[in-house]
Design a protein around this ligand. Structure first.
Ligand SMILES: Nc1ncnc2c1ncn2[C@@H]1O[C@H](COP(=O)(O)OP(=O)(O)OP(=O)(O)O)[C@@H](O)[C@H]1O
Ligand SMILES: [Zn+2]
Length: 726
């Protein structure tokens, strides 16, 4: 009778821990248990059983409590987590720590499973016909909405921003109360979708034909072609058949529109799952998924670990997006795990993008994935025209060429909206002294600090260090300190100056810090008024702005000459995605790309062949150079206070590696940013034509690294399938 439980405990140690089950009890894999751990108690997950343990019988401890009667994590999810732990070389306990919401990791009863909703209380219902509330006020609006029945908090968040203040006013008069509804009883607001285009219908049919079978699809649809509509209708079919759907998006905060569209279509069975949620809400969504109450989980990266017993389809929108890869701790790719889970479950998975990653395109080329296409925008909308503006001979106005300024003026005169894209927040990327050439650098990163003028601070965008703006040059005492270059803050100032009549809305991390700020900014300009958006890549993602017809792209030049192997791919994706915001409805859109390098090969390829042309040429380059997707990488990063410590560790690591068969080992080499936040950084890059060779090699090597004396003085990590070498 095997009575040893193998338990994963959320600690950064690679092994499982053995415990004895309480006498006479069986505890299934996937259940949470409370275990004594050192001097503390921990909540762990039972991963398996064994007949015997290496721990001597006398020292084998018994678990304190079993928290779940039935497994909280089903067999498929547990298997996926174990696979991910092995593949990404990260301890299973720590993997579980990433996968489970905090609420699930506590030795507490599970939070209640209902959905919080606001409803009229008895006093409110009594006056429902003629409420004593002034007409046209927000309080009255909220009240009137509730007359039709209870509304979930989530629905109110989507449809009545700021409703909480009105709710407290109503609560004071005992007109409303909060109740917990099971999701099944919540009224759903159903909106039907548009008539599909032939291509959309073909895409849906192709995927739906694989219901109940694993198959990976690339939904390659130009920007604005209606990919979201394809996901929505596929999910509709899955729900009708009693299944659940998992939909991953890069960042929910950036695209509140998406959540709104899902809620309109599927009502309260849609649960959002992302890091911006309060802990209680996260747990609630997670449990609703686990119990099968949630029909759709719409979430960011970590939602890939949602337990979904009836999962029947997975969709990953903007699959090329870097946010799917976690960049610290457990460095998994949610996009890749979507494939792993879909295969384990035997369900279709759809990766969608207008600018697919080269990995995914290579998988299509190798016939592992099936491509379905949306080649045009629905209705009268056309793809925008792209033109390169040569800055070399023009006299710039606040960093903008006269051509660009004219185009913005014309756009506003037509009553339309323009988007000025610059991927640099702050006022100016550098502050220099005109007399002696001094510039303000971060001492801990040896890189220029960005001037934030409104806050009157210099900020390092690499480590977050801040300081006051000096009144005079610290080197030569001249009073000639001047900002160099243009960030979004400075462009905003310039645009207000140039176009005093037009509203200018800046969208970047500074202006959207508060919850709901992004939506408020979009609302402030509204869908029809003429005006200007200026901002960073936050503006590149998924926004659907019908009156936006001009996109101006500034400052891509850094990206043209970056050393990172993925820089060209990323730049192409960014340009195409930002461009895709123009002309999405009936009016035609145009894009101006301002550069000092109009003859650069990348721009030429992009202009002539679009993203597909660029991707084909980049794939050929990667094949020649044996870079991913034609090779597989693992990166050992190390950093320490002293350079010698980093170097010593990496030399030892290289020695421990020896000369593994079929694996190229490059390094130790300095990291692209050799100094960051005061730490000296370097790395070793492993590369192999065969994934299996790396997978075979890494575990023993990592064990050896853990045992190195020099490892004690450094922070190190191994990144499997790194998306950059930064
Ligand atoms: N069949 C259709 N008929 C009419 N309008 C449609 C149809 N399908 C989608 N649309 C509309 O077209 C616009 C773009 O669709 P959607 O946002 O789904 O595109 P997308 O491919 O996801 O775009 P992107 O990748 O650029 O974010 C939306 O306003 C959507 O409502
Ligand atoms: Zn710094």
């Amino acid at each position: 009778m095997p009575d040893v439980l193998r338990v994963a405990v959320p600690v950064p140690l690679p092994q499982l821990f053995d415990y004895r089950a309480p006498p006479g009890e069986t505890v299934a894999a996937g259940c949470r248990v409370v275990v004594p751990f050192g001097r503390n108690k921990r909540v762990g997950i039972v991963v398996g059983h064994a007949a015997t343990s290496e721990v001597p019988a006398g020292r084998l401890k018994t678990i304190d409590a079993v928290l779940d009667d039935a497994p909280l994590i089903g067999a498929e999810l547990l298997a996926t987590l174990q696979w991910a732990s092995r593949y990404y070389q990260h301890p299973l306990g720590a993997v579980l720590e990433t996968a489970l919401p905090v609420g699930m990791r506590q030795a507490k009863p599970l939070p209640f499973e209902g959905e919080r909703a606001l409803t009229l209380a008895a006093a409110g219902r009594a006056v429902a016909a003629d409420p004593p509330l002034r007409r046209g006020t927000r309080v009255r609006t909220l009240f009137e909405r509730l007359v039709d029945g209870p509304l979930a908090y989530a629905t109110l968040d989507e449809t009545l921003p700021g409703w909480r203040d009105s709710a407290s006013a109503l609560r004071q008069r005992n007109f409303v109360e909060t109740i917990a509804l099971s999701t099944a009883t919540l009224p759903t607001a159903r909106v039907t979708g548009p008539t599909l285009t032939d291509e959309q219908r073909a895409a849906i049919d192709a995927v739906a034909a694989e219901h109940g079978r694993f198959r990976a699809f690339l939904l390659e649809g130009v920007t604005g072609s209606g990919k979201t509509e394809v996901y929505l209708q596929l999910i509709e079919r899955v729900l009708a058949a009693g299944g659940q759907a998992l939909m991953l998006v890069p960042e929910i905060g950036l695209t509140p529109q998406t959540l709104r569209r899902f809620r309109e279509r599927f009502g309260a069975s849609v649960f959002a799952l992302h890091s911006g949620l309060a802990e209680g809400e996260r747990s609630r969504a997670w449990l609703a998924a686990a119990r099968g109450d949630a029909g759709v989980i719409l979430g960011t990266r970590s939602a890939i670990f949602a337990p979904l017993p009836r999962l029947a389809i997975i969709a990953v929108d903007e699959e090329h997006d870097a946010s799917y890869k976690q960049q610290d701790g457990f460095r998994y790719s949610a996009r890749d795990l979507a494939i792993v889970r879909a295969r384990a479950l035997g369900v279709p998975v759809v990766l969608g993008s207008a600018t697919p990653s080269l990995e995914t395109l290579a998988n299509v080329e190798a016939e592992r994935y099936t491509r379905v296409r949306l080649s045009a925008r629905p209705g009268s909308a056309r793809a925008p025209t792209l033109r390169v503006v040569d800055m070399r001979r023009s006299r710039l106005v606040h960093g903008m060429s006269p051509e660009l300024v004219t185009a913005v003026r014309d756009c506003l005169a037509r009553g339309e909206q323009a988007l000025i894209f610059r991927n640099r927040r702050g006022y100016a990327p550098v502050l220099t002294c005109h007399d002696c050439g001094w510039h303000a650098d971060c001492e801990r990163c040896a890189k220029p600090m960005t001037l934030h003028r409104a806050r009157a601070r210099l900020v390092c965008h690499h480590c977050g260090a801040e300081r006051n703006v000096p009144a005079q040059c610290p080197e030569c005492a001249a009073q000639t300190l001047a900002p160099q270059g243009h960030g979004t803050e400075r462009l905003e100032e310039a645009l207000v100056d140039l176009f005093p009549q037009a509203p200018v809305v800046r969208i970047d991390r500074e202006t959207t810090r508060r919850r709901g700020a992004l939506e408020a900014l979009f609302d402030s300009l509204g869908p029809d008024k003429p005006g200007i958006y200026v901002g960073t890549q936050m503006l590149a993602k998924g926004h659907d702005l019908p009156n936006l017809t001009l996109v101006a792209i500034l400052g891509v030049d850094d990206g043209l000459y970056s050393a990172d192997f993925r820089a060209s791919e990323r730049l192409g994706q960014l340009v195409v995605q930002v461009s895709g915001r123009a002309g999405r409805a009936s009016k035609p859109g145009s894009v101006l790309l301002q550069t000092h390098h109009p003859d650069h090969a990348l721009l030429g390829t992009l202009l002539r062949g679009g993203y597909r042309g660029l991707a084909a040429s980049l794939l050929a380059e990667r094949r020649d150079a044996q870079w991913p997707p034609y090779a597989h990488l693992a990166l050992l990063r190390a950093e320490a206070k002293q350079l010698q410590q980093t170097e010593k560790f990496l030399r030892d690591a290289a020695e421990a590696a020896g000369m593994p068969d079929g694996i190229d080992l490059a390094g130790p080499i300095p990291a692209p940013m050799p100094l960051r936040a005061g730490m000296h950084r370097a790395q070793i890059l492993l590369s192999s034509a065969e994934r299996a060779r790396l997978q075979h090699f890494l575990p023993a090597w990592i064990d050896a690294l853990r045992a190195l004396a020099s490892a004690r003085h450094v922070r190190w990590s191994v990144d499997v399938d790194p998306i950059d070498l930064y």
